[in-house]
Design a protein around this ligand. Structure first.
Ligand code: IPE
Ligand code: IPE
Ligand code: MG
Length: 254
């Protein structure tokens, strides 16, 4: 009840005319959340799904156009095999189960990362849901899966070099816009706001190129406890900041 009353306040404080167009979130803290409850880490991952639902709905509801969620990093493959397979199972199951809700909310699903490295079941579920929701226009929900920014940039550099060798490109054509076109995110604007939960203050190989001018917001809340109220609060704080993009305050207010 109390949380709900607070939720309404934050939602009302959001200025709909100055929304971040793209929010990127490092969903962290599932393991610690479970540990605090004396449960296995997988229990935390399972409970993280509800937070994904809430945050996606909240963002679509107020008019955010792009939401990108870091769900599994290239480094996460190094976790215990049991946890990795449980996460992959959960991914396949959740994606299938959520098709209806995505359709109802007019949300398009997208994925970035080394999708080919995912187990077939998860890959198929992803493909199916991406295909089924591709006409939806309200918001693009992107899952970063087996995603690593350094790998993404490495691949971009390789492909640019190959295109140069194939005479499709000249080294002089290479500029930041062109590099952006070789990244997984080529059809998306860069994130305006990056949120990380669980009190960690690092980027952990997430969107290193794309976050160049994003506002960073850190919260101690563990991911399974993250809800609509939390995301609205982050947006309100984002709207209180001045984004200067290298300029001076005076220039911004000209
Ligand atoms: C985030 O929670 C989910 C993934 C990385 C898959 P963690 O599993 O990293 O939880 P903590 O950081 O150990 O608490
Ligand atoms: C980052 O979380 C990756 C995801 C949230 C998917 P981690 O928990 O893997 O990050 P580190 O290892 O603490 O930096
Ligand atoms: Mg973690």
């Amino acid at each position: 009840m109390k949380a709900e009353a607070k939720n309404i306040i934050y939602k009302e404080l959001v200025d709909k005319d100055r929304l971040p167009e793209h929010i990127a979130i490092i969903m962290d803290g599932n393991g610690r959340w479970a540990k605090q409850k004396g449960k296995l880490r997988v229990f935390g991952h399972k409970n993280g799904v509800q937070a994904v639902r809430e945050v996606s709905e909240a963002c679509a509801e107020i008019g955010v156009k792009y939401l990108t969620l870091y769900a599994f990093s290239t480094e996460n493959w190094n976790r215990p095999q049991l946890e990795v397979s449980a996460l992959m199972e959960l991914l396949a199951l959740t994606i299938k189960r959520e098709i209806k809700t995505l359709q109802k909310n007019n949300i398009r699903l997208n994925a970035i990362g080394n999708i080919d490295s995912l187990p077939e079941k998860s890959r198929e579920a992803l493909k199916e849901t991406i295909e089924a929701t591709k006409q939806n226009t309200r918001m693009t929900l992107t899952l970063a899966l087996s995603y690593g920014s350094q790998e993404e940039i490495t691949n971009a550099v390789k492909n640019i070099a190959l295109d140069c060798l194939a005479d499709k490109l000249k080294p002089n054509d290479i500029n930041p816009e062109l590099i952006g076109q070789y990244l997984y995110t080529k059809n998306m604007p860069n994130p305006d706001l990056m949120i990380r939960t669980s009190g960690e203050h690092r980027v952990s190989n997430f969107l290193l190129w794309q976050l160049a001018y994003a506002e960073f917001y850190f919260t101690p809340v563990l991911w399974p406890d993250y809800n609509k109220e939390c995301i609205f609060q982050a947006i309100v704080e984002y709207q209180q900041r001045e984004r200067r993009f290298g300029k001076t305050t005076e220039q911004i207010h000209q």
